[in-house]
Design a protein around this ligand. Structure first.
Ligand code: GDR
Length: 330
């Protein structure tokens, strides 16, 4: 039975990855921070086969202890301070968790090591935010980085560290340069979920409007469930490498609003949307669109869920969840 250690187990990707690997017959361990982490129960309810291990990406000794305890075949570093807007307000914390956290995890793996015949394989969750002010479209593995936020800068650090450990210590370390990936488990602070949840609440008469920032930003939005398959696949290759994971389609926030409001039977989203500079960023990434042809050629990966299906899946799930909540409160 293969053993996998996942950081960021309580986040969207960690939850998908935990289910996916359990389904593949892995013994799955998730790193959780702090005593009595309130999200620990949720992830254990979702996947009772999961085992939790204490540790923090800010604390090297806790990572060494976790790797020693778990003796993983594969480590998936999905933990980060992942909200770009917050990284402007907490840049140092972001650098510590999202940037240095990668270095600490790599160090823990290097120090503990695996066996000669079974070295630990490492996956780093790199990000399309590294492309930032894009130099070319679509963006591919060779596109130069120009990050536009403390989060993006921290991800560039983690990305290059991963490559450095691969080259310096012959570690089987791969990065997925993942474009935005969403789903019903997405946090409410991210724009897709903020919109689908807001619309569900408007539909139920629980709120009147949604307040947003930059509506012209364009993103390549895919489904998180598809993306974790690509991550796993990278660690099954003989050689470690970096791969762009994306759908190849881009949509603006306005287009997202169109599609999402239509799911609820509204064709006039302007009526329900307010704009507030509070939700704008000091510097934003205007356009992202990924070219995942390398992942397609080498991993045989392609996305299964289309943009419209993704938005509709998220809206339907929010409608069910918000209806349940409203009934409980009645
Ligand atoms: P992003 O995701 O920054 O691309 O990073 P997010 O959904 O936060 O923003 C996408 C775009 O929408 C614009 N926007 C708003 N965003 C939020 N969150 N809230 C708003 O009210 C709002 N109004 C407009 C933003 O300005 C932005 O242009 C995500 C994260 O998951 C990262 O961790 C990950 O690395 C990248 O995707 C790939």
């Amino acid at each position: 039975m293969k053993r996998a250690l996942i950081t960021g187990i309580t986040g969207q990707d960690g939850r998908h990855m935990s289910e996916f690997l359990t389904g593949k017959g892995y013994q799955v361990f998730g790193l959780v921070r702090g005593q009595a982490n309130p999200k620990a129960k949720l992830v254990l309810d979702e996947n009772p086969a999961l085992e939790l291990v204490e540790g923090d990406l800010r604390d090297l000794s806790s990572l060494i202890a976790a790797v020693e305890q778990v003796q993983p075949d594969e480590v998936y570093n999905l933990g980060a301070m992942s909200f770009v807007a917050l990284s402007f307000r907490q840049p140092e914390l972001t650098a510590d968790i999202t940037g240095l956290g990668v270095l600490r995890m790599l160090e823990a793996i290097r120090i503990v090591g695996g066996t000669e015949h079974n070295p630990v394989r490492f996956y780093q969750a790199s990000s399309s935010e590294m492309f930032g002010k894009v130099r070319e479209t679509p963006q591919h593995e060779g596109t130069a980085f120009h990050p536009r936020s403390p989060y993006g800068v921290a991800k560039v650090f983690g990305h290059h560290m991963t490559i450095n450990y691969r080259e310096s210590y012959n570690l089987h370390a791969s990065s997925g340069i993942c474009f935005n990936h969403e789903g019903p488990r997405r946090g409410l602070e991210f724009v897709t979920r903020k919109i689908t949840n807001g619309i569900a609440r408007i539909k139920l008469g629980l709120q009147d409007s949604i307040t947003l920032g930059n509506l012209d930003a364009a993103r390549d939005w895919g489904f998180a469930g598809d993306f974790v398959e690509a991550m796993w696949s990278m660690l099954q290759q003989d050689e470690p490498d970096d791969f762009v994971i994306a759908t190849g389609e881009t949509h603006t926030v306005k287009e997202l609003l169109d599609v999402a409001f239509q799911c609820a039977g509204y064709d006039d989203w302007e009526r329900f949307v307010r704009q507030d500079p509070r939700f704008e960023r000091p510097a934003d990434v205007e356009l992202l669109m990924g070219d995942a042809s390398k992942a397609n050629a080498k991993l045989g990966w392609k996305p299964k869920v289309a943009f419209d299906e993704l938005v509709s899946m998220m809206y339907e799930s929010d409608l069910i969840e918000e209806t349940k909540k409203a009934e409980l409160e009645r």
